[in-house]
Ligand binder design. Structure first.
Ligand code: GLU
Length: 290
């Protein structure tokens, strides 16, 4: 199989070493096997995505010597595709409107003493049990997200086992139920990360998804969406994250230098790329264990 990989940054800030390493890994994997390396800008978060960051991302990748193939894909130009998929899931009764605020979800979770999960509390399913009349009435009047009914979704697949292949861990059973009823369309954005990334990886013919291990857990959800929307399942390679001397993930607020900072300080991009490629992180940075 000739691989097709991608780098899919969200233009919410400048790129740092972690992004550079991820992009290099995806790029090199494709090139090593005579494949293609695509660039996708994940710019559908209205509160955080900025056009100016897109320009700086392109500048940084070119500085690093990374060339992508074909046209850049912008998620903001693909909203119809996401809406169509959501309609299909609505037609199958696999999503439901959710009217809860973050505060309401947190309060319910606290009351039920459920353990928080991942980046936020597991959704307790409040709106899943609304009757059709309430749903219709409330949906007409109140802003709402759309959540995947994971139980109904799994049942609709008739219990056939879902698996995916991780380069390090091998074949894994998909466990989307561990994440609860994830959001597929937000109140303020027509598609969530999960829906858009799954559709785009398929539409772009991505054969190997190379991304940070922080997104490992999301793959369980993406695998379920692939099954529901009859999309192919790529292979996944989740690489470790680069951390600073205190073991923290790179972030502007922790003073992690951006690629622009390194460039302005006179860093040689070829040398930086060679270091990252050989796994020798710049002084003060290392790879996290997991
Ligand atoms: N846009 C995501 C990010 O910047 C990456 C998405 C992915 O690789 O699946 O974190």
């Amino acid at each position: 199989m000739i691989p097709v990989t991608r780098f899919a940054p969200s233009p919410t800030g400048r790129l740092h070493l972690g992004h550079a390493w991820s992009a290099l890994l995806a790029h090199d994997f494709a090139r090593r096997h005579g494949g293609s390396f695509l660039l996708r800008i994940e710019d559908i978060d209205p509160g955080r995505a900025r056009a100016s960051h897109v320009d700086s991302i392109l500048e940084d990748l070119i500085w690093l010597g990374l060339e992508w193939d074909g046209e850049i894909v912008y998620q903001s130009e693909r909203l119809d595709l996401y809406a169509e998929a959501l309609e299909r899931l609505k037609g199958g009764g696999l999503v439901y409107p959710c009217f809860c605020t973050r505060a309401e979800i947190a309060a319910e979770v606290a009351a039920s003493a459920a353990a928080p999960h991942g980046d936020g509390p597991l959704y307790p399913g409040t709106c899943r049990t609304l009757g059709p009349a309430d749903r219709e009435h409330m949906a007409a009047e109140r802003p709402h997200a759309w959540r995947l009914d994971v139980g109904a979704a799994l049942a609709s697949l008739g219990g056939s086992p879902l698996t995916w292949i991780d380069a390090a861990a091998g074949e894994l059973p998909a466990r989307p139920e561990a994440f609860g009823d994830v959001v597929l369309a937000r109140k303020d954005a027509p598609a969530s990360y999960h829906l858009a990334v799954t559709l785009d990886d398929a539409a772009q013919g991505i054969s190997h998804v190379v991304r940070g291990v922080d997104l490992f857990a999301c793959t369980h959800v993406h695998r379920l969406l692939q099954a529901l929307l009859e999309l192919p399942t790529p292979h996944y390679h989740h690489h470790p994250l680069i951390v600073d001397a205190e073991g923290r993930r790179l972030a502007k607020r922790h003073g992690a230098p951006t690629l622009a900072d390194l460039r302005n300080a006179g860093a040689d991009p070829a040398e930086l790329a060679a270091r990252l490629r050989s796994g020798r992180m710049p002084a003060g940075y290392s790879l996290a264990d997991n």
